[in-house]
Structures are given as C-alpha cells and as structure tokens.
Write a new protein. Structure first.
Length: 127
C-alpha cells in the first residue's frame, strides 16, 4: 500500500505534492496510508473534523464516485471545476456552502458573471 506523508498541511509522496481531496478519497477507499512527521498513522476522520473540509469533501466524493473529474475552481470563483470528460472543458463550477450560510447578492452576481463568461454553470452544493 502506498504511503503518503502529511506535513505542513500538504500531502507528499516521493517529493510530489498530491491533491488534497483526492488523497482523502483514496484514504477512505483504503488505497493509501497517511502518516504525519512523527510516523503516526492518520485516518480520514482526522481530516473530516474540520466542517469546511468535510463539506468540500462531500461534494468531491459525490461527483468522483459518479465518474466525474474534479479540479480546483478558484480561478472561476468556485471551489471545484467538474468535468464529464477530462479531455473537454469543465461544464460546472461548484461552490459548496453551509445551509445556514448567507450568500451576499453581489458575490452571487459576480460568480454568475464569471461562470457565464467562461461558459460554465454554477452548482451550489448546500449541506
């Protein structure tokens, strides 16, 4: 089983930085093992204690298990870009929000403007 080091809030494997949510996904599937600098084994619950990470991971896992590809969506005003086919442009920008969180109308309009200009749809994931 592949070992991954968690150091300074980054996942490392063979001097490569790994995508945070993909590591969580593989960790949950028992395809990798994660250790801290003191060689303590970490499980997925260690990371999911943080509510924001759990919210983001929920959307990542949902789409990943349905065959979609996800990448960072920061450039497009969201958290993830969602691809149906990795060889095509992404169709959606995902923005996970807490169900109790208020959305500023100007922020909402700005995100819609960016999505429209880049031919993407916005997906608000409320939980």
């Amino acid at each position: 089983m592949k070992r991954v080091l968690y150091k300074d809030n980054v996942f490392l494997s063979e001097d490569k930085i790994l995508y945070f949510y993909e590591v969580l996904y593989l960790l949950e599937k028992n395809e990798i093992e994660v250790y801290d600098e003191k060689n303590n084994k970490l499980d997925i619950n260690y990371f999911l204690k943080d509510e924001k990470i759990k919210l983001y991971y929920d959307i990542y896992k949902y789409f990943r298990e349905r065959g979609y590809y996800l990448g960072t969506g920061l450039k497009f005003g969201g958290i993830f870009r969602i691809y149906e086919d990795i060889k095509q442009h992404s169709k959606w920008v995902a923005i996970p929000i807490n169900i109790n969180e208020k959305i500023d109308i100007y922020d909402f309009l700005a995100k819609n403007r960016v999505a429209h200009s880049t031919r993407k749809r916005i997906l608000y994931w409320c939980k």
